[in-house]
Design a protein around this ligand. Structure first.
Ligand SMILES: Nc1nc2c(c(=O)[nH]1)N[C@H]1C(S)=C(S)[C@@H](COP(=O)(O)OP(=O)(O)OC[C@H]3O[C@@H](n4cnc5c(=O)[nH]c(N)nc54)[C@H](O)[C@@H]3O)O[C@H]1N2
Ligand SMILES: Nc1nc2c(c(=O)[nH]1)N[C@H]1C(S)=C(S)[C@@H](COP(=O)(O)OP(=O)(O)OC[C@H]3O[C@@H](n4cnc5c(=O)[nH]c(N)nc54)[C@H](O)[C@@H]3O)O[C@H]1N2
Ligand SMILES: [Mo]
Length: 770
């Protein structure tokens, strides 16, 4: 019997599926979907249904740990906080604010990010604050800034119900946002089924249902998109009136696309040119086009350049701001939007422009500090650069909250060696003794979803409240309380000598954030906790003029690209070189949508004789990231208990490999082992899920002599997109070697997903594969 239902939303993807937590005797005993909510109408995915069990896992951290004589030992909060504050003060005195770095998450709450942003930027005064959103949606943010001058999701999930064409670019939606996929399935089963265009080298469920499935060679998204744009312009499927009124850059884009014919792209992408033309025909013929973009673009070669070309399709066709016509530069993590808008990543709070002195002055006024207090001499440091600074020794303290870089960053041998350095003081704030926590000097036990209150915003700007349902285990504390406690102990002051941080709990933090967001695109001023209780989530901006929120942005042209308003002055998509305010003003004086071209450049690490495969990595429906939660849920763990390696029928046949064979995937960085799954994957490609680290193996924090590598990131490359600085997890060259025959042992891969065994195992190229 359930005693109470407590309102929340899912924290295991960016959908924001609204749900209630069932409470019995102070324990979580289940969840149910919230039928009133606009996002999911009561539906839930497998992780939503089973993931909550991790909260009550027996191995939750319940006390702080500190390193003594090389070992982590239990301590009380007083001594753990004293160590952190002591080291912070020492470093501030000896080396200055640039020696402290904060690496946070896309999984905390808005109130927590905002507090962290204020304490890091105005309290410590460091520029080194970023989120794991850098690995996740930095490209979404950058692409929105490049095209629309500002972050902020243009479209709405409701567009799925209205579109006549849905185009998925590098997005395995059936596995990563299953509830929105259910919505697409509803449409496909109805009388007015949309046509699907799917661009993905794997046979994802969406690819199997697509009108046109394009499986490009990895890292060639820009060539493909340029050909699609070329065809849309050649066949004059452009909305000239929209272009005239709402955009700049059309002539240059059209000129730079000269020669980008389907025939040209066919050679680069290794897709028949007729298939590219067919996709262009579907996109060009759409009356209401919805496009979604995710990691197959963001984590692949030329990430921002490719994501911007998807925006270009919509600007050219005037497909924005109407039911069914919109672009979703999708988020991945549940609260990634908040990391970005609160300035806990490489942005300033409220999408303020670090190069615009008026924005800095405005932020300084909100915080009551001098403008010079807020570092803005350079763009905020991105995560990959922070790890570089730690490697070189200029960052001496790294505070890692709610992320597990010892599994999720590229080239793990390097990451482990950075975290293991004596001179680097590492603080890890987590629920579990993760691979990363094992390198920490201080481990802080955190409360999580269901154990603390806060708000968060999904991929279509829907804000949900997540109420506390149960107490955290032992001495674990909400991240907000930890940050507030640190700020209090550090005694951060404003310019009048008052406390810098004036709030003390989630709701007062939310009210403080509302003041910071006022007048900015992500305006929360019309929201309150009360308004978010009981009914549906609400999409920002929420203001006096839009008290019930805003379903779609850009319903009447582009709103926030004006030079005085914009979040960024733009970058060169090929090199990442930043443009100046003057140049932005001269190119886009009235703040219109920007059509920006990018030439295709070949991937940096092409296959070679030694490394003949292209390696890509990603997800399965049953697991979330490094599995700290889903690996502790029996149903989810059993559904995908160990790593595997996907290969095409064609390559398996050629190399005489069979399902279940144990193979090693090696790159110049490192290697991992897994059992083979033979699928309808594009020939020449290997796929490895990145979920499997070491916490549940005898090796603990990394591979050792007895345990071979199994994390995908043993093999990935230290390289990033020049514009968004997002690391490349989806394009590396790799070698494959047989370790042992499977002799009938199947691979542990799920059977009914993108990992499904190939329909035809004869090795003949499949219909639909290039
Ligand atoms: N079940 C589950 N759901 C999740 C998550 C999870 O861990 N598990 N995580 C959440 C988060 S944080 C994120 S960021 C999202 C990610 O969601 P997705 O982006 O949908 O997931 P991925 O599997 O990373 O990558 C998507 C697809 O990109 C394709 N791809 C690889 N390389 C290329 C390329 O060069 N070009 C193209 N066009 N495609 C390519 C892959 O074949 C893969 O099918 O999922 C969110 N939802
Ligand atoms: N090869 C490869 N690597 C990838 C990707 C890929 O596709 N391929 N995808 C990248 C992407 S998109 C992402 S988003 C990242 C994800 O990478 P990570 O962020 O490293 O992955 P998680 O396992 O989600 O780590 C979150 C941590 O926060 C802890 N946690 C959960 N809730 C709370 C809380 O309330 N408070 C605190 N303090 N801790 C909490 C969890 O226990 C967990 O240890 O991985 C990236 N890495
Ligand atoms: Mo992500």
């Amino acid at each position: 019997m359930v005693q109470r239902w407590v309102q929340t939303a899912s924290l295991l993807h960016s959908d924001g599926d609204a749900m209630d937590i069932a409470v019995l005797d102070g324990r979580i005993v289940g969840v149910r979907g919230r039928a009133v909510d606009r996002v999911n109408r009561g539906r839930l995915g497998p992780k939503d249904l089973f993931g909550w069990q991790a909260n009550a896992s027996h191995d939750r951290l319940t006390r702080p740990l500190v390193r003594e004589g090389g070992r982590l030992v239990e301590a009380d909060w007083e001594s753990a906080m004293q160590r952190i504050v002591g080291r912070s003060r020492e470093l501030l005195d000896d080396k200055g604010p640039g020696s402290l770095g904060f690496y946070t998450s896309g999984q905390l709450f808005l109130e927590e990010y905002y507090t962290l942003a204020v304490l890091a930027r105005a309290g410590i005064g460091t520029n080194h604050l970023d989120g794991n959103t850098r690995l996740c949606t930095a490209t979404a943010a950058e692409a929105l800034k490049e095209s629309f001058g500002c972050d902020g999701q243009p479209g709405s999930f409701d567009d799925i119900d209205h579109a006549d064409v849905i185009a998925l670019f590098g997005h395995n939606i059936a596995e990563t946002q299953p509830v929105q996929w259910m919505r697409i399935l509803d449409r496909l089963a109805g009388t007015d089924a949309p046509r699907i265009v799917c661009v993905d080298p794997r046979p994802t469920p969406a690819a199997r249902r697509a009108t046109v499935h394009l499986a490009p060679r990895l890292g060639t998204n820009v060539a493909l998109l340029n050909a699609l744009l070329h065809e849309i312009i050649r066949t004059d499927r452009v909305d000239h009136d929209y272009i005239q009124r709402h955009t700049v850059g059309f002539e240059e884009l059209a000129a730079r696309l000269k020669g980008c014919t389907p025939g040209w792209a066919a050679g680069i992408c290794d897709i028949p040119s007729a298939r590219i033309a067919e996709a262009a025909e579907v996109l060009g013929g759409a009356d209401r086009l919805l496009s979604t973009v995710l990691q197959g673009i963001y984590q692949s070669h030329q990430a921002t350049a490719a994501a911007v070309q998807v925006n270009n399709v919509h600007l050219l066709r005037g497909m924005l701001g109407l039911p069914g016509a919109g672009v979703l530069q999708m988020n991945g993590q549940p609260t990634a939007q908040n990391t970005r808008e609160c300035g806990a990543d490489g942005d300033l709070p409220g999408f303020r422009n670090w190069q615009n002195d008026a924005h800095i002055a405005d932020l300084a006024a909100v915080w009551n500090v001098e403008p010079a207090t807020i570092p803005h001499y350079a763009p905020p440091t991105h995560a990959m650069q922070m790890f570089r600074y730690a490697e070189q020794g200029s960052i001496r303290m790294l505070w890692i909250s709610a992320t597990n870089p010892a599994v999720s960053l590229p080239e793990l041998t390097r990451i482990r060696s950075i975290l293991a350095q004596q001179r680097l003081f590492v603080v890890v704030q987590d629920l579990f003794l993760t691979e990363t926590a094992q390198f920490a000097d201080v481990v802080l036990p955190a409360a999580t979803w269901g154990e603390k209150t806060g708000t968060f915003t999904n991929a279509d700007r829907t804000v949900h409240l997540s109420d506390k349902a149960v107490d955290p285990p032992g001495q674990a504390r909400p991240d907000l309380d930890i940050f507030l406690e640190y700020a209090r102990r550090m005694d951060f002051r404003d310019k009048d000598g008052g406390p810098l941080i004036t709030w003390h709990d989630p709701e007062s933090a939310f009210e403080a954030w509302k003041r910071c967001s006022s007048g900015r695109p992500c305006d929360y001023t019309g929201l309150t906790y009360d308004k978010l209780r009981g009914g549906s989530g609400i999409q920002w901006p929420v203001t006096d003029q839009a008290p019930d929120g805003t379903e779609r942005l850009y319903t009447d042209g582009i709103s926030w690209a004006h030079p005085d308003m914009c979040e960024e002055y733009g970058k060169d998509l090929e090199t990442g070189a930043a443009d100046s305010a003057e140049r932005y003003r001269s190119l886009n004086p009235e703040g219109k949508g920007m059509l920006k071209a990018a030439a295709y450049l070949p991937p940096h690490e092409p296959p070679s004789q030694e490394y003949p495969f292209q390696l890509t990595t990603g997800r399965t429906i049953y697991h979330f990231h490094t599995r700290t939660k889903t690996g502790r849920s029996p149903q989810l763990n059993d559904a995908a208990p160990d790593v595997w390696v996907e290969i095409s029928t064609h390559d398996a046949q050629r190399l005489d490999l069979d399902e279940g064979d144990l193979v090693e995937v090696g790159t110049p960085r490192g290697a991992l082992q897994g059992r083979l799954r033979i699928t309808d994957l594009r020939p020449g490609v290997l796929f490895v899920p990145f979920h499997y680290g070491y916490w549940d193996t005898p090796a603990g924090s990394g591979p050792n002599a007895a345990t071979p590598g199994r994390a995908a990131n043993e093999a990935t490359i230290t390289d990033w997109d020049p514009a968004s600085k997002q690391p490349l997890f989806k394009t590396a060259a790799a070698a494959l070697t047989l370790v042992a025959r499977g002799h009938g042992i199947p691979s542990p891969a799920p059977m009914a997903t993108a990992s499904a065994p190939a329909a035809d195992r004869t090795g003949a190229p499949q219909e639909g594969t290039p």
